[in-house]
Structures are given as structure tokens and as C-alpha cells.
Write a protein that binds this ligand. Structure first.
Ligand SMILES: *[C@@H]1O[C@H](CO)[C@@H](O)[C@H](O)[C@H]1NC(C)=O
Ligand SMILES: *[C@@H]1O[C@H](CO)[C@@H](O)[C@H](O)[C@H]1NC(C)=O
Ligand SMILES: *[C@@H]1O[C@H](CO)[C@@H](O)[C@H](O)[C@H]1NC(C)=O
Ligand SMILES: *[C@@H]1O[C@H](CO)[C@@H](O)[C@H](O)[C@H]1NC(C)=O
Length: 365
């Protein structure tokens, strides 16, 4: 009996050794570029807006500028690096500390240049330009005096830092309102090449460690299911909009290929591709295994099951709809939900995704 348990244990150790590859970060600073998936307050600072409660309620106890009830994936990754949460570049007030990094991400950002109708004017090219200005300004201050040293990155941090990216999902999601699937698929090489331009610019400025998240299954967001998935023939096996997930998959294939190209183009750098799509679709398909009860219904929203999402009213708002006042409220237990507000994930889901990233199984190399 005992010996057979031992055999099982030995077998288990052989198939999953305890030292299995996991992520160990050791960086003095992080510079992040992206959209709402990693916006720690950039859009609300940049536009002078605010989010309503219950955004932020789970962790910060008040809206934190994150489109979430609590922490984002990037917050959990910063924890894993033993670094403080990133201050947004656009946050001017309260002496934001940029010693260990800066966040250029803003909700709604796209890789392609913003238009007057974009949610965020701070598209990827602008975020890269903001970084260049940030770096120039830091070097200027360092040359003048030491009094800012506790607030700005050390000189060698720019080269040693981790440069993180999570952007592209709004390029796709936005395109579905005006283009056909074929047109969208055909536009992906342009999106990828605009992304490549930004990375190359950062490399020229001395960036060497690149950490690139691919795009999640955007067809699983209630916002897209409500608009494009009312006919069930448009849904895939995990009840998400197939066309949207198909676009995500193609973008991700080309993004992965780009990462390989960049790695061989720049042998003195580290380009890591992280497969967020696989982590999130597995979470949504197999939600009960990971302790969730609602895979696709928003915790904070209006309209009730199956999606609890109405595009006219966002989380925390009260509005007149059809002559009556309605409120997009939060659910009683956000840890049972994957989706927070119809477009973004809950803290509980973000924590799960971050834990999977940290196993190292989804990053290449
Ligand atoms: C749903 O889509 C199918 C296949 O495209 C089509 O035949 C059907 O008429 C659609 N149903 C509705 C209610 O639009
Ligand atoms: C790339 O990563 C390897 C392994 O972590 C490390 O030894 C090397 O110094 C890194 N290269 C750069 C340019 O940081
Ligand atoms: C759900 O779990 C099963 C069993 O582990 C796995 O084969 C499948 O790929 C998962 N679904 C998704 C979409 O990842
Ligand atoms: C408002 O009324 C329209 C038309 O009667 C209906 O389709 C829609 O679902 C209603 N919206 C809400 C939020 O009740």
C-alpha cells in the first residue's frame, strides 16, 4: 500500500517536477503600454474624469482609475516583482513616484492612431512618444541635481527595466462596428506593423526586455455578445462571438510571429510573448473548475441575466432609460464572476490570470 503511494508520488514528481519553470522577475523598473487591461488611472487623469463606485470597492475601497472592482493583472505582476503599483504618466497630482516605473496605458487605447471618435486620444504611438519625453526629462533632471532621485528612475533603469505591452484588443473590437470580418482580418498586418514600429523605437532608446501580452478572447465580452451574438449561430462552443475570437486568434498568431522576428532582429534583447488568450478562454470555458459561478454575466451592470449588460449605462451609473431611472449596480459577490462590467474582468479573474502567467507555462520563451 505505502509503496504504491510512493510510486504514485514519484510518478507525479516526474511528470510535474516542483522546480517546473516559473517566472522570476528581477527588474529595477517597469514601463507599461496598453489599454484598460493595464490602465492604473491614466485615462481618468488624462481626461479629467472619474469612475463611479462600485469600481475599486474590493481592494482600494474607492474608485482607483482602474476599470475593475480591484486589482488588475499588472498589479499582481508588480506584486510578484516586489515593486509598488505603477503610477500613470498622466497623473499630475500628489507627487506620483516614478522611481520603479511608469504606466502609459489608458483605457480605450488602440495601436492605430486615435481619431476624434476614439475613447482615448493616447494611442500606442502617443504612449511611446510620452515615454521618450519622460526619459528625456528624467535625464535632464538627473544632469541638473539629485533632489529628484527618489522620484525618478535611476540612470541604468531604462536599459534594465521590463517593458510590458497589452494592447490591440480595441483595434479589433472597434473595427467590428464598421467593417466585415474579412476586412478586419486583412487589416491585421497593418496593426502588427504599427506595433512593431513602436517596439523598434523603444529598442533604439535602449529598451532590451520586452514582455508582450497577446489579446484575449474578445468575443467573450458581454459588450460584444450583446451587440453581435444575439443570433446563437454566431456563437462558438464556449458561447462567445466566433468572428471576434477568430480575429483575436489571427492577431495573436501574427503577434507571436512578430515576437520571434524581433528576437532574431535584436539578439541582445529578451522578447517574451505571453498567451493571455489561452489562459482567459480556458478560464471562461472551465470556470467552475477555478471556483467561478458566472463565466459571461457581468457583475456590475444593468439588464439581468444572461449578460447583465446594457450599452446605454455603465457600471455605477444611474440613468433615465425609457423614462424610468435605472442603476447599473454591482453584484453581491464579485469573486463568483469573471466579468466585472461587461468589458473588463473582475479582480478575482485577474488574480487567476496573473497566477497562470506566473507559472511560466504560457510564456515563450
Ligand atoms: C440566425 O443565423 C442563421 C444563419 O446565418 C439564419 O439562417 C437565421 O435566419 C438567423 N436568425 C435570426 C433570428 O436572425
Ligand atoms: C535575457 O534574459 C537572460 C535570462 O534571464 C539574461 O541572462 C540576460 O541577461 C537577458 N538579456 C538582457 C539583454 O537583459
Ligand atoms: C477546458 O478544459 C479541458 C480539460 O482540461 C481542456 O481540454 C479544454 O481545452 C479547456 N477549454 C479551453 C477553451 O481551454
Ligand atoms: C426601451 O424600449 C425599447 C422599445 O420599447 C426596448 O426595445 C428596450 O429594451 C427598452 N430598454 C430598456 C432599458 O428597458
Amino acid at each position: 500500500m505505502t509503496s504504491s503511494i510512493c510510486q504514485i508520488l514519484i510518478f507525479l514528481l516526474l511528470i510535474c517536477p516542483p522546480s517546473a519553470k516559473s517566472v522570476h522577475f528581477n527588474y529595477p523598473a517597469v514601463f507599461n503600454f496598453g489599454d484598460s487591461n493595464s490602465d492604473t488611472g491614466g485615462l481618468v487623469s488624462g481626461l479629467g474624469r472619474s469612475l463611479d463606485p462600485p469600481n475599486g470597492q474590493t481592494y482600494f475601497k474607492k474608485p482607483s482609475g482602474r476599470f475593475c472592482d480591484g486589482r488588475l493583472i499588472i498589479d499582481f505582476l508588480m506584486d510578484a516583482m516586489n515593486l509598488p503599483y505603477l503610477n500613470p504618466y498622466l497623473d499630475a497630482i500628489g507627487a506620483p513616484n516614478f522611481r520603479t516605473g511608469c504606466n502609459f496605458a489608458t483605457a480605450g487605447s488602440t495601436i492605430h492612431p486615435a481619431t476624434p471618435f476614439s475613447v482615448s486620444p493616447f494611442s500606442f504611438g502617443i504612449q511611446v512618444a510620452q515615454f521618450l519625453r519622460f526619459k528625456a526629462k528624467v535625464q535632464d533632471l538627473q544632469a541638473k541635481s539629485k533632489i529628484f532621485d527618489n522620484y525618478i528612475p535611476a540612470q541604468d533603469s531604462f536599459q534594465k527595466a521590463l517593458y510590458m505591452f497589452d494592447i490591440g484588443q480595441n483595434d479589433l473590437a472597434g473595427a467590428f462596428y464598421s467593417l466585415t470580418l474579412d476586412q478586419i482580418l486583412a487589416s491585421i498586418p497593418t496593426i502588427i506593423s504599427q506595433f512593431k514600429d513602436g517596439i523598434e523605437r523603444l529598442y533604439e532608446e535602449g529598451a532590451r526586455n520586452f514582455w508582450i501580452h497577446n489579446t484575449g478572447p474578445i468575443g467573450c465580452l458581454p459588450q460584444n455578445i450583446a451587440k453581435f451574438g444575439t443570433n446563437t449561430s454566431r456563437l462558438d462552443e464556449i458561447r462567445c462571438v466566433s468572428s471576434h475570437n477568430q480575429a483575436s486568434r489571427l492577431l495573436n498568431l501574427q503577434l507571436h510571429a512578430l515576437c520571434k522576428t524581433l528576437q532574431s532582429q535584436y539578439p541582445d534583447s529578451n522578447v517574451t510573448h505571453v498567451d493571455i488568450f489561452t489562459i482567459k478562454s480556458n478560464l471562461i470555458a472551465n470556470y467552475s473548475r477555478y471556483g467561478f459561478e458566472q463565466p459571461l454575466m457581468a457583475c456590475c451592470g444593468y439588464g439581468g441575466p444572461p449578460l447583465n449588460y446594457d450599452r446605454h449605462i455603465s457600471c455605477g451609473q444611474t440613468k433615465l432609460l425609457n423614462g424610468s431611472s435605472v442603476e447599473a449596480k454591482g453584484c453581491s459577490d464579485s469573486t463568483k464572476y469573471i466579468i466585472w462590467d461587461g468589458i473588463h474582468y473582475t479582480e478575482a479573474a485577474n488574480q487567476y490570470v496573473a497566477s497562470q502567467i506566473l507559472t511560466g507555462k504560457y510564456s515563450d520563451p
